[in-house]
Each structure stands twice: as C-alpha cells, then as structure tokens.
Design a protein around this ligand. Structure first.
Ligand SMILES: [Zn+2]
Length: 294
C-alpha cells in the first residue's frame, strides 16, 4: 500500500480521515477516504501500489471491459448505445470534425462511433484485453499508456476521458500530458461521478460511485475545477449524465441489500436527477467541458 502525504491538487499536508468504504465490487477490503483541509479534495488513501492496482480490475463483472449477457448488462449496453449518440451530439456542437484522443478507450465503441463519422480517432487503453478487442474488432488506433508521451504536441482538437480520470494514479502527470497534446483551441471533455449527488448521500458508503480502490479520487464540481485551473483550463459548461443516477443506484442497491432491486433503483435514480435540478446541478455524474484559458 502507498500512503499519500500531501494533497494531489494543492500540496497541502493537512489531511483528515473522512470515511471508510469497502470494495463491494470485488475484494470486500475496506479502504479509507482522506479529505484535504485546504481545498476539500477527497481521495482514497492509502491506496494499492501501482503494481497491485491491476489485480482489483480482474473480474468478468467489470462492465466497461466486457459484454455482459445479464439483464443489468443488457440495460447497460442499451444505455451505452444511446449515450454514444448523445456524446457525439455534445462534442459536435463545438467541433464538427477533427482529431480526437480518447484516454481510457476500453473496448473502443466511443472511438468507433467517431471514426464512422469521419473523425480521426485515437485511443489510449492501459488494459491489454480491451485494447486488443478494439484494435481487432474495429481496426482502431489504440495504444498502451506508455505511448502517451510519444504523441506529438498540440495535435488533438478534442481529448476525452469518460469516467477515467478518477482511476489514473498520477493525476498531475496526466494533466500535463493532456495539456501538451490538446491544440490551443481544443476541447477537453471529462466525465466523473459526483459524491455531492442525492444518490451518493442516500447510499453513503454503499454508493457505487466510490468504487474503491479503483477510484483513487472522488471529485466534486469544485475540486475538478481547481485541478483544471492548475493547468490553465477553464470549465465553461457542465452537462449531466442522467442515466448514471439509475445505474449507480442499481449497483448501490445491490451492494447494500445483496439484491438487484430495479424498482428501487429506478425510484432513486429519478429522485437523484430531480434533486440535482434544484441543488446546484449536483447530478450523480457530470460531464465537464473545458478549454485552455486565454
Ligand atoms: Zn488540497
């Protein structure tokens, strides 16, 4: 295990224990979340060493890396298809075509969607199996993580990270790389869970959005904004991922009761989205759109 002694965003060394969360998804091990007393950043601390971290991903259940045949998996895949179209629409508002880099591209469906629309699409995926899948199934350009440093600067019009930044061990190194690769007028798109949402408060430490130890960081709109401004990025728009409230509620319900209660998940998903509308747009998951400050 590795102990983090200062805040990854503001370097403050005064960190307070905030809560304990179990790895409900895989090992049942308990992890601690630490909060920075200065900027309020919440992160998993201590965390497994980078060498051991991959062992926490080794499950057939890890949906973003596998195609599931269960009911949950079917709903997930249906929503995924719908979400691809929505994501494309959102990005097309700012760039009609160009070069896109998706970091953490998993099995490549997002990249493939853009490729079909005549975008020049490149992916980075650290896990071998989904990377090979995306290369062989769709013929995509997807590279392992080490390749990031070899990509030429200022070349991408859009860089996307869909529920990925919370998994990246070296947050500051990754932000530097993104800042280097993105063209001056480029668009940065980051999707993250938000523990200020109603569903997070409702499920407490059973909330699936904590997903320790795979999620090393637990962002809020304020803390992602602080991290981005450190790299001269400014968030100019925030969009909700409304389906995540239902999906995360379904998983959280299962972690809390041992059962997949679709009705309860549906009810709580609705509640969460409704609450967010009235409480500062604190949806279960948010998409942040950012540009370099001028
Ligand atoms: Zn801090």
């Amino acid at each position: 295990m590795k102990n983090i002694i200062c805040c990854p965003i503001c370097n403050n060394e005064h960190l307070n224990p905030e809560m304990d969360v179990a790895d409900h998804f895989l090992t049942k091990e308990v992890f601690h979340l630490t909060k920075c007393t200065q900027c309020g950043f919440l992160f998993t601390n201590p965390r497994p060493n980078s060498k051991n971290l991959s062992t926490y991903y080794q499950s057939d259940d890890y949906l973003s890396h596998s195609k599931k045949k269960s009911l949950t998996g079917s709903i997930y895949n249906f929503v995924k298809e719908y979400s691809l179209a929505k994501k494309f629409q959102l990005i097309s508002r700012y760039h009609s075509r160009g070069k896109l880099l998706d970091i953490g591209s998993a099995t490549g469906e997002f990249l493939q969607y853009f490729k079909k629309k005549n975008w020049d699409a490149t992916g980075i995926e650290p896990a071998e199996a989904p990377r090979q899948y995306s290369i062989h199934t769709y013929g995509l350009n997807v590279f392992p993580e080490e390749k990031i440093d070899q990509l030429a600067a200022d070349q991408f019009d859009v860089v996307t990270l869909w529920h990925v930044l919370e998994h990246v061990p070296d947050l500051n190194q990754r932000m530097e790389q993104i800042s280097k690769l993105l063209a001056p007028e480029g668009l940065l798109v980051i999707a993250l869970p938000n523990y200020l949402s109603w569903d997070a408060q409702h499920y407490g430490n059973f909330w699936a959005g904590y997903d320790v130890p795979r999620h090393l960081y637990h962002f809020t709109p304020a803390t992602i904004s602080q991290l981005l401004s450190k790299y001269q990025f400014e968030i100019f728009k925030t969009e909700p991922l409304k389906f995540d409230a239902f999906y995360v509620s379904l998983l959280s319900e299962k972690y809390r009761t041992g059962k997949s209660d679709f009705l309860a998940a549906f009810r709580n998903g609705l509640k969460s989205n409704k609450w967010a509308k009235q409480h500062g747009e604190n949806y279960s998951s948010l998409i942040y759109l950012a540009k370099k400050e001028k």
